[in-house]
Design a protein around this ligand. Structure first.
Ligand SMILES: Cc1ncc(COP(=O)(O)O)c(C=O)c1O
Length: 414
């Protein structure tokens, strides 16, 4: 039992502000580029826009579009901007959600509902590449769907032939990631969508990381094949605003190629005294601030702003990639975007990670094969050389050499 209780008397803001500041002192220094994920920073100006817009709509509630026409309009316009980046056709639709997990959950739910509406009975299953985000398993668990996770092919990419072989009469959904979180590589979406079309399956593209990054990266020369609604057979796409849209946390988008599939996102209830209840989200109340901030940041940065930031993130990835490879830690796969994993079987990557941790870096890891993992943003740009210098120092320690098959392997927790 905790000895913390609600204070009898309220505490003045001055004291609370100090306590809040003090509480954060032990947290990782994200502004100093010391954390390899969780944060997406696009500069102080974009952050201030997000905070101000959030504060302006702090009390408003996205559950009430009748009351808050402003939020309904912001959401419509955010969705339209997203669809214009992702080649949505005239029938394409979408909505905002509170994050990638909710977007994925709802995509899986819509696929499930469509299958049931088509008369599919009994157990249903979804087929994922091994690299897909756990949100799919979480959704499947909640909805009592079975999951087949399929081993990756060359370059840590989804293997369309193996995925097709995993399809059974129960399968309703195929997933590809753009990019997948572990190695930052974009699955062969066109090939996967072709399988989905052949088998009559729902094809979801998880572009939670890449939805607001790849369009700009491609413009800057990143070698990423078509991954969005330009690909025939793609049914839905999740794209997080609170990642590379650089807006306040609590904002993602879920898009559908066709209006009738989008309609499955909506949920209507009228069986209680308070009357009609309708949402197209999993949650009820939605932070108005998150919706307003997304609208404001997208328009504050514009295409030019996103291009400028993307270019710097790509350059940081290339520098870390080249620097780590020069130290004998080659990149795992061929990432073209903002995520990088690297490692060597000649090194005990857990020991390398520990050495970096000892020097003040919060480390991310991948497993099988073991490696270090980075999802980059502008906070990493000014410390890339320091990071590599520390890495070089750590690698000089003979304890990081792997002499046999032993070692614990990395603990790849969040
Ligand atoms: C590829 C991918 N999909 C989905 C998610 C889940 O997003 P969220 O944490 O916003 O729920 C993440 C989070 O990192 C991700 O990397």
């Amino acid at each position: 039992m905790s000895d913390i209780e609600l204070p009898q008397q309220g505490i003045a803001w001055d004291q609370l502000e100090q306590e809040l500041l003090d509480a954060g002192r032990g947290d990782v220094d994200w502004r100093g580029g010391r954390v390899p994920m969780f944060i997406h920073y696009a500069g102080e100006d974009a952050l201030q826009v997000a905070k101000k817009a959030y504060a302006m709509y702090f009390s408003e509630n996205g559950l009430g579009p009748r009351a808050f026409g402003s939020l309904a309009r912001f959401e419509r316009e955010v969705v339209a901007m997203g669809l214009s980046l992702l080649h949505g056709g005239p029938g394409a639709r979408g909505a905002m959600t509170t994050g990638g997990t909710e977007s994925i959950f709802l995509a899986v739910k819509c696929a499930r509902d469509r299958a049931r509406a088509q008369g599919r009975t009994g157990p249903l299953s979804i087929v994922l590449p091994l690299s897909a985000h756990p949100a799919f398993d979480k959704a499947a668990h909640f909805m009592e769907l079975q999951v087949a996770r399929v081993p990756l092919g060359q370059g840590f990419l989804a293997d369309p032939a193996a995925m097709e072989a995993a399809v059974t009469p129960q399968t309703i959904l195929l997933v590809g990631s753009a990019p997948a979180f572990p190695h930052g590589v974009v699955d062969p979406i066109a090939e996967l969508a072709a399988v989905a079309q052949r088998r009559g399956l729902w094809m979801h593209v998880d572009a939670c990381v890449g939805g607001y990054f790849i369009p700009f990266a491609r413009q800057l020369g990143a070698r990423v094949p078509d991954f969005d609604f330009a690909v025939p057979g793609v049914t839905s796409i999740s794209a997080d605003l609170h990642k590379y849209g650089y807006t306040a946390k609590g904002a993602s988008t879920l898009f559908f190629a066709h209006e009738e599939d989008f309609a499955r996102m909506g949920w209507h209830f009228d069986g209680w005294p308070r009357g009609q209840y309708f949402t197209h989200s999993l949650v009820g109340t939605r932070a108005g601030g998150a919706i307003a901030a997304a609208w404001a940041v997208l328009r504050f940065l514009g295409r030019d702003g996103y291009l400028r930031i993307t270019q710097r993130v790509l350059a940081t990835r290339a520098r870390l990639q080249q620097g780590a490879a020069a130290l004998g830690l080659p990149t795992l796969g061929d990432p073209q975007l903002s995520i990088l994993a690297y490692g060597s079987p000649e090194r005990d990557m857990a020991a390398v990670g520990q050495g970096m941790t000892d020097r003040g870096w919060t480390m991310g890891y991948v497993r099988a094969p073991d490696g270090l993992h980075h999802m980059l943003n502008l906070t990493h740009e000014p410390v890339a050389e320091l990071y590599l210098a520390h890495l070089a120092e750590v690698l000089r320690d003979p304890a990081t050499r792997r002499t046999g098959p032993g070692g614990q392997g990395v603990q790849a927790h969040y």
